[in-house]
Design a protein around this ligand. Sequence first.
Ligand SMILES: Cc1cc2nc3c(=O)[nH]c(=O)nc-3n(C[C@H](O)[C@H](O)[C@H](O)COP(=O)(O)OP(=O)(O)OC[C@H]3O[C@@H](n4cnc5c(N)ncnc54)[C@H](O)[C@@H]3O)c2cc1C
Length: 411
Amino acid sequence: LVVIGAGAAGLLAAYFSARQGVRTVLLEGSKQAGAKILISGGGRCNVLPGHFDEAAFFTQGSRNVLRRLFKTWPHAQVRAWFENEMGIVLVEQQETGKLFPEANRAKVVRDRLVSACEEAGVELLLNWRVDAIRCNDSASENFHIEGHHDGCPAEFSAARLVLATGGKSVPKTGSDGASYRFAEAFGHSLLPVYPALVPLTTGDDDLKQLSGLAHPVEWRAWQGNKPVDRGSNPMLLTHQGISGPAALDASHWFERDAARLTFAWDACDRQQWAERLQSTKARSAGVWLNEFLPKRLVGALLQRAQIDPATRLSQLPKARRRALLDLLSADEFKLTGSRGFAVAEVSGGGVPLAEVSPTTLESRKQSGLYLCGEMMDVIGRIGGHNFLWAWVTGKLAGTQAAQSLLAERAT
Ligand SMILES: Cc1cc2nc3c(=O)[nH]c(=O)nc-3n(C[C@H](O)[C@H](O)[C@H](O)COP(=O)(O)OP(=O)(O)OC[C@H]3O[C@@H](n4cnc5c(N)ncnc54)[C@H](O)[C@@H]3O)c2cc1C
């Protein structure tokens, strides 16, 4: 059994295959396994969310299939596996509910997964870049894999193949979109692939003065006048535009559906801001807003609403008052795009869920081929959800591929 790609999904696929006694080879194109695990969570690796929340996942496929897949390895069991089998104690970050390794180092997670694979008997071959995969006529060796090992032409035959080659986000980690090419060669269709969990760029020059400011916001994504998603988490203003958890979570809607995004600078809605404004004893707009928001932000918001901070509230023209309330409760930026795959945390779109078995992840286009991880059309919000998807689907694909091989050899 060959697993291609030693990222989060591939490491688990290989581990669970080898644990069943199947000879398992794990081919990794880069110099090291799990490069993306190493840079995850700011170098700390947010291994899992604190609890399972189905609403934190997005797919254009069936939610029923998504649910069934997650049920194959419930969140509590994944956590127990990391803690008890891998010996990686996970600690919940109070404010965000994210689970990080106690050591606060992603390397601990990556190294332990690699050593677990080695202990289970996985043959991990680094610098083994797969260029093409062909189907063999031989019944026992279904797949012929061609590529380069340490720069020299190399090949492999496999009875079962698990594709765990990721998406195309942060291609310098080795995940450069080869997945999609391989999947298409086997007859799979692809949903348009887009950068998700990605900082967005804006054309609002007046926001540049806020670069570096992080502030909790409530965001909404809209299709026409219909709100399609919302969230509340911190946003970071940058030289290029908006980033931080709020912008990353909202970016998926902008990138996939060109949705309109609005941001409230506080937990208050328009009505509550209007009441605050009505009841304040503050004399000027600047003094009033300083009660609720950081000074830098107040200055920029008043500028955007074309209000002099010293303007007496009693003399604030109706149009300016309306503009200010609009900005406070539903600020909109001139979004021009995103920073793209180079920095996106995940790739949205990819292989439709409908093209794999919901119980085994075997391809419906090619028997003996199993797909898992980021290459599938599933993404999660910030918070460990994307790794949860990779761990669960990696384990399922590796286990099922190995079992089907064992079953075949037993007959
Ligand atoms: C900066 C950053 C921070 C992140 N932080 C978090 C976080 O804290 N928590 C979280 O849940 N998610 C996080 N993510 C998302 C998470 O890293 C991904 O969802 C996850 O790594 C996907 O796992 P995967 O195994 O499917 O793909 P990958 O991890 O991308 O692994 C694919 C592997 O396949 C290899 N490969 C590709 N093509 C070939 C080929 N032709 N031949 C051989 N090998 C090949 C690649 O080199 C790579 O090692 C983060 C992502 C980024 C970019």
